[in-house]
Design a protein around this ligand. Sequence first.
Ligand SMILES: [Fe+2]
Length: 256
Amino acid sequence: MIDLHCHFLPGIDDGPDSEAGSLDLARAWLNAGVERIVATPHVNLRHPNRARSIAEAQQKMLLALERENLGLKVETGAEVSAGVAIDMPDDELGQLTLGDSDWLLIEPPTSSTPFALHGSIFGIRGRGWNILLAHPERNPAIQEDMDLLVSLVDGGIKTQVTAGSFSGRYGKTAARTVRQMMDKGLVHTVASDAHHAVLRPPEMSAPLTEAGYGAMADWLCQEMPAWILDGGPEPRAPENTKSPKKGLLGRFRNRG
Ligand SMILES: [Fe+2]
């Protein structure tokens, strides 16, 4: 699997605060079947990282991974807040894309009017950038009005949902919203948004499968992330089938 959104590099945002913490995360990814990640530190007002600070932190971690013999492939990107990205010159934004692609991982504003949300996202898109929208299922404006997201997707935006949203890690509203998004075909990738090996772990396909969407896991956790990073023809979505819960009702149905 390929994780397109995580906080892996130590000491530069609210992810791990030490190299040891980052190495714990690396081991957790490998145990979960993730072989390639894009480290996406925050680029926002609170964590004003830039390409240089991210590259320096990555170089140190690449050496640490090699020393520990951990075969995790790490590329860099950033989780850029929409409010920062809209004012950032294109040459700076171009150094914050996911891997070598022209895709930006953009964090929607948490408190904004629907108008401001659309204005900022389409403002960046209008400058020619491909946008992967970070965890829209956790955004209050989108939770309130799914049509907002429909129009963003109609305008060419792709979405990344956080695996833990399926299991309720981010609350009931996010869990309900992510299911609505799945029903409407509005989910294009799943990522961990991991910050810590235990407290916010690098989970990927497990919560998805647990929620009954196992048939979509390869497409969401492997094929679409690979397409975003490496290009080529866009992989076709499998039929959006949700397996019935193995509850009492499911058992009765199976008997019929
Ligand atoms: Fe994040």
